[in-house]
Design a protein around this ligand. Structure first.
Ligand code: ADP
Ligand code: MG
Length: 473
């Protein structure tokens, strides 16, 4: 091998080992932290015989990677195909120039037709993930509206009706992926567009820093001169009134100039209690779309799509097992798939039956089940409180609508968000089976037509740390 191909092979090995490692992490926070750290802190890698060197340009990064990741990475290197006796070293080199983060990895190359466009000198505050594209996003009933809205923004950025686009839904359901797909696609179509992606948390931090450093003007100028602002996880703005004010002004300035704004949040605008009313109404002023948990078929399709990125053949039964057992988050499904792939690569001779799969995915399955610990009493109390009625009302046979709604809603939540049986639920309400079934049916129908009821449900669920999308099939 010549130097260049050694270099390429080292990078590939590193990318694979890193991906396997991140995939194997269970906790979402850990995953994104590892992704950030291992993505941004490492300047280059080199495979020197038996020693694999990971370079960083700061002592801090070297220490952190040694401390937090070095031991854990070793297994992933083996799974990625490194020789058994490989030694991994973290090297601090203050002269190291970044070579891992290639500019074209951040900005996909423009389409030929667009070559005459002036290339924007603006660089997004946080890089877009080049894998988050429309091509990689699987459409299903749970995300179809949000996806269409995102496609609409690409066709008509800044157009009234689509501006702002607000996408909400539970963690790991594809909000960031969709939002970045808009950024990646528009960048491809028009490289001159000043597109900026960042999380609300980063916006807040930058705002605070610019205040401290007396650079507020520069901060404002930067965000108000964009062509498109993609701002992720705006629920974070609940942390501070001042940043809300700042964002409000940025928002208005962009909107007034017909510049596109896309936001995501884990709950609907109405359910952001600590965000000022005037901002909420701005958020709702364009298009609000929800992503929900994917159906079984969509889960299967997503898993198959994700598996294409690996050289490993995953048996259908494994896809089905994952789709059957992990329903709440796509990110958890991906983690589970990663674990299965690691297993297949490590033990290619073993037949993957459901028992083995259950074993490999034990942690994921337990996590999924721990979502189901709510008691019916807690649900009844929360519904009574939300509608200002008493527990006695909930348990009574009173038929006035103001009492029937919270009672039936409680039945609905107990049925859809816990694994309790019908008998147990009926007993908790002192009612017959049929009454519970009827209550659940009524709420299901009303939810299709009554946005307010859905918002109430979302609010009650969120008081338990649940999302709409946590419903069981
Ligand atoms: P969120 O921002 O809602 O928490 P992400 O956008 O980070 O979720 O998605 C989590 C993971 O799930 C990502 O790797 C993303 O690619 C994947 N994902 C979610 N929905 C889909 C989908 N419909 N098709 C393909 N991948 C998806
Ligand atoms: Mg996200």
């Amino acid at each position: 091998m010549n130097n260049e191909s050694i270099d390429k092979a080292s990078k590939e090995l590193w990318e694979n080992a890193k991906a396997i490692y991140i995939l194997s992490l269970r906790n979402l926070e850990e995953k994104s932290q590892a992704e950030r750290n291992l993505g941004m802190m490492i300047t280059s890698v080199a495979n020197e015989g038996k020693v694999f060197k990971i370079y960083t340009s700061t002592q801090f990064a070297a220490d952190l990677i040694r401390r937090e990741y070095l031991n854990k990475l070793k297994g992933s290197f083996l799974v990625a195909g490194a020789p058994e006796d490989i030694d991994i070293e973290v090297v601090y080199d203050k002269n190291a120039k970044p070579s891992l983060i290639l500019p074209e990895a951040i900005h996909p190359s423009p389409m030929p037709v667009q070559q005459s466009a002036t290339v924007s000198t603006f660089v997004s505050t946080q890089p877009l993930n080049e894998d988050y594209t429309f091509e990689e996003f699987v459409r299903g009933p749970s995300n179809s509206f949000a996806l269409s809205a995102a496609e609409g923004v690409v066709k008509n950025p800044g157009k009234t009706g689509y501006n702002p686009l607000f996408i909400h839904g539970g963690t790991g359901l594809g909000k960031t992926h969709l939002m970045q797909s808009i950024g990646n696609e528009l960048h491809k179509r028009n490289p001159a567009m000043a597109i900026c992606y960042l999380t609300a948390e980063t916006f807040l931090n930058e705002y605070v820093n610019s205040l401290q450093n007396g650079q507020l003007d520069a901060f404002r100028k930067k965000y108000r001169s964009l062509d498109m602002l993609l701002i992720d996880d705006v629920q974070f703005f609940q942390k501070g009134k001042n940043v809300q004010e700042e964002f409000f002004n940025t928002f208005n300035s962009l909107r007034d100039n017909h510049k596109q704004i896309v936001m995501t949040s884990d709950v609907a605008p109405k359910n952001l209690p600590s965000i000022e009313e005037r901002l909420i109404s701005r958020f709702e002023g364009g298009m609000v779309q929800e992503v929900e948990s994917p159906s079984y078929e969509t889960r299967l399709a997503i898993l198959k799509k994700k598996a294409e990125a690996y050289d490993t053949t995953v048996p259908n039964s494994a896809f089905e097992f994952i789709a059957d057992n992990i329903k709440s988050h796509v990110r958890a499904m991906e983690g589970a798939l990663g674990k299965v792939i690691i297993y297949i690569n490590s033990f290619p001779q073993t037949l993957l039956n459901n028992q083995i799969l259950a074993n490999i995915l034990k942690d994921f399955i337990e996590k999924e089940q721990s979502l189901r610990k709510l008691t019916v009493l807690e649900i009844q109390q929360a519904c009574a409180k939300k509608y200002s009625v008493t527990m006695a009302d909930i348990l009574s046979h009173e038929r006035t609508q103001s009492i029937v709604t919270p009672r039936q809603l409680a039945m609905y939540i107990a049925r859809k968000y816990t694994s309790k049986g019908l008998q147990e639920i009926a007993d908790a309400f002192g009612k017959k089976h049929a009454t519970v079934i009827n209550g659940v049916k009524t709420i299901t129908q009303r939810l299709d037509n009554e946005a307010d009821l859905k918002v109430d449900l979302e609010e009650i669920l969120s008081s338990f740390g649940y999302r709409l999308s946590d419903a069981m099939d």
